[in-house]
Structure formats: structure tokens, C-alpha cells
Design a protein around this ligand. Structure first.
Ligand code: 5RP
Length: 243
């Protein structure tokens, strides 16, 4: 496996764990597959390993979930196509900010939730890769990202607050900042509100309530998308679902 000598060499324990999870997911990639490429520090190791295998002749075509991942894939000469052309994908591999026992996720810490969800929804399988600190009993300790249209985002924030309240999930709704005080802007040109909820009650109802708010583009609850997860910890790898 000479490609292993060409991949990133992480130097901290947690980064090594992320890479181990990513490389386990890479074992599920088959020649000819159409792949969704996730976003974030863990997905980066998957893309890196994939690039090393592509350099050795692996034949895949990929859809990136962010400009950052697209740039990384391009730098590694990984073939890419648009989802418009491919329509369906065999497998998406992506990170997560939280996951529970039912493989329900909170995503969007890196701000790519919209494209990540579009790509996940078009995929036959989705493998989540993460270090085991991301596994939680109840979703919500990580602030839930909600992507909104910039127009009247203050009014949208108030409506989000009402939706949170109505589903028993009252919590602060904070506009995400990027560089300095400027709002963070997603690849799609939107803002993100991060909702501090603690423990999410009835994630399905909350997901529906948020999507019913005009101005909400997408939220970071990924319910029913992940089919498997690989979690890396100090004791090795833990697999969930059907890899
Ligand atoms: C980006 C995401 C990421 O997958 C999530 O934030 C996890 O990132 P990392 O692997 O860096 O912890 O949802 O929008």
C-alpha cells in the first residue's frame, strides 16, 4: 500500500484518531463509485487518502460539499462532477459535530450544512467519520446551526426563537461571526444562527418547525441520512450501523 506513505502525517493523538476513522471509511470505496466528499478536519483526511489512491489508479468521481473540500480535491487531482450531472451518489463520507445512538446528527460547525445535506440526501449510503467525543446521548450540547437568507435575518431570528419555544427547545440564537465582527457567510451566501439548546427535545418536530420558518434555508439536524459511523477513540475504532 504505497499510497499510505503519501498521506498526511498528523502529529497529535486526536488528529491521528480522525485519520484512522477516515481511513476505515476509505476501505468502503470501490472502483467506479460516485462519492460525496464531506467538509471539516476529519473529512479532510478522507479526501487526502482518496487523493493518494486516485494517484495510484483508483477510478471515482466526486461531488464536494464545500468550496474548501473542492479546492482540496482539485489539488489532489480527484475527478469531480456536479450533482446535477450525477443525480445519485453511491456513498458520502462526512464528519459530524454530534451523533446519537440512532445515527442522528448535528452538523454545520464548519458552515457547510446546506451542501452537506443536499449531497447526503442524494447518497445511497452516508458514513460519518469522527473521533468518539462526538458521540452523545442526547443531541444539542453543540449549538445547532441554522442557515438563513440574509434578507431580514433579524426577523428570521425572532421567528426561529418562536419555533424553538414552540417545540420546547428555548435557547439563545446567535449570529455566527467570521473574521472579526463580520457575519460568517456560507458558500451559498447565507448567514448562520447558532442555537444553544442544551438537550434537544423531539428532534423531528424541531426540524420541521425550523424548516417552516420563512428565511430558514436549512438546519443542521441530519435525521435519517447517516447509514453508518466510524468513531475513533483511544481504545481503537467503534463502528455503528451498516458499513
Ligand atoms: C461542516 C461539518 C463538519 O462535518 C463538522 O463540523 C465536523 O467537523 P470536524 O471533522 O472538523 O470536527 O458539519 O459543516
Amino acid at each position: 500500500m504505497s499510497w499510505m506513505t503519501k498521506i498526511l502525517q498528523p502529529d497529535t493523538a486526536v488528529e491521528k484518531m480522525k485519520q484512522k476513522a477516515a481511513l476505515r471509511a476509505l476501505e468502503e470505496v470501490r472502483d467506479g463509485m460516485k462519492l460525496g466528499l464531506g467538509t471539516g478536519s476529519t473529512a479532510r483526511y478522507f479526501v487526502d487518502g482518496l487523493g493518494a489512491q486516485v494517484a495510484e489508479g483508483l477510478n471515482v468521481v466526486c461531488v464536494p460539499t464545500s468550496q474548501a473540500t473542492g479546492a482540496q480535491a482539485e489539488s489532489l487531482n480527484i475527478p469531480m462532477a456536479s450533482l446535477d450531472d450525477l443525480q445519485r451518489l453511491d456513498l458520502t463520507v462526512d464528519g459530524a459535530d454530534e451523533l446519537d445512538a440512532e445515527l442522528r446528527l448535528v452538523k454545520g460547525g464548519g458552515g457547510a450544512l446546506l451542501r452537506e445535506k443536499i449531497v447526503a440526501a442524494a447518497s445511497d449510503k452516508m458514513i460519518v467519520i469522527a473521533d468518539d467525543t462526538k458521540r452523545v446521548e442526547t443531541l444539542g450540547a453543540f449549538d445547532l446551526p441554522v442557515e438563513v437568507n440574509i434578507f431580514s435575518h433579524g426577523a428570521t431570528a425572532a421567528a426561529i426563537g418562536a419555533a424553538l419555544m414552540a417545540t420546547g427547545n428555548a435557547g439563545a440564537t446567535v449570529l455566527r461571526r467570521g473574521q472579526g465582527e463580520a457575519p460568517f457567510i456560507t458558500d451559498g451566501g447565507h448567514y448562520i444562527f447558532d442555537c444553544a439548546l442544551g438537550k434537544i427535545k423531539d428532534a423531528e418536530s424541531l426540524a420541521q418547525a425550523l424548516l417552516s420558518v420563512p428565511g430558514v434555508v436549512e438546519h443542521g439536524l441530519f435525521l435519517g441520512y447517516a447509514t453508518a459511523a466510524v468513531l475513533a477513540g483511544a481504545d481503537g475504532l467503534q463502528e455503528m450501523g451498516q458499513l
